[in-house]
Design a protein around this ligand. Sequence first.
Ligand SMILES: Nc1ncnc2c1ncn2[C@@H]1O[C@H](COP(=O)(O)OP(=O)(O)OP(=O)(O)O)[C@@H](O)[C@H]1O
Length: 291
Amino acid sequence: MQHESTPDTSPIPRGRSLPPEQTLLSVRGLQKIYRTDAGDIEAVRNLTFDLGKNELTCLVGPSGSGKTTLLKCIAGLLEPTSGTVMLDGKAVTGPPKKMAVVFQEYGRSLYPWLRVDANVELPLRNAGVPKAERRQLVAEALESVGLSHVPKSYPWQLSGGMQQRVAIARAIAYKPEILLMDEPFAAVDAQTRADLEDLVRSIRKQLGVTVLFVTHDIDESVYLAERVIILSSSPTVVQEDLVIDLPEQRDQLETRALPRFTELRHHVYEQIQLAKKGFRPDAAQAQAPVR
Ligand SMILES: Nc1ncnc2c1ncn2[C@@H]1O[C@H](COP(=O)(O)OP(=O)(O)OP(=O)(O)O)[C@@H](O)[C@H]1O
């Protein structure tokens, strides 16, 4: 398998590092321990990786491996116990303006009493964007997600897939540099999901936005991404940072039929099975003979 990691001699496995001019998001030594009445839970132990500008990266790992915890730390919604998150060279200490997040529960994230255009407009209004500019941005965002024809509908009048498009339009309306997506398509049917996957790839290209996409679906991760970061089981480290060397132009039928697609999905599947069985790359490295 092809990797882009820089040579690393530390005992903690880490994802690829990039030169600062190519880096948009930099996660360094991130650890998160939840303090609970029942004791401390070390969800994330040590995560280090960089995301490049305009890159689409998927994050996969066993259930409970800390994917949501990591995303919340990156989004400035949760304070890491140690380590840093830097966006464009600045430490993230609260929700950054240049970042947008799309969660799985679109039903809960949209306001049912607001029409589609008002839902998309709300964050722009809260950010004090002037009215004329807001109108323009809302129209562009709805156009990007193929919903120009329903601006005056209420979310509950739309299908699940359309509601998720509204959530995506709202996220991209204020032109974020980075889009975090936490299992955004887990609740829609397979056909809608395929359409939304292609929508994410086209939006990324159209807007030049960096995307970090969490998914449980191995095929989805390989189809969507240029890189797949595989997390170990909790307490989490990077198990593998894998380059997806498929052609840039993807197609639901053609790409998924490629022998290379099958190889990559097989590899990711194997790695997740290993993680589930408790394999830890940090333990493996610590035990490796010193040469
Ligand atoms: N608020 C919290 N308090 C205590 N422990 C928590 C809290 N949130 C998450 N955890 C624990 O941290 C670990 C990682 O949880 P997290 O939800 O980040 O994993 P995940 O990979 O997103 O899970 P899934 O794939 O099932 O959605 C789990 O052991 C979980 O029980």
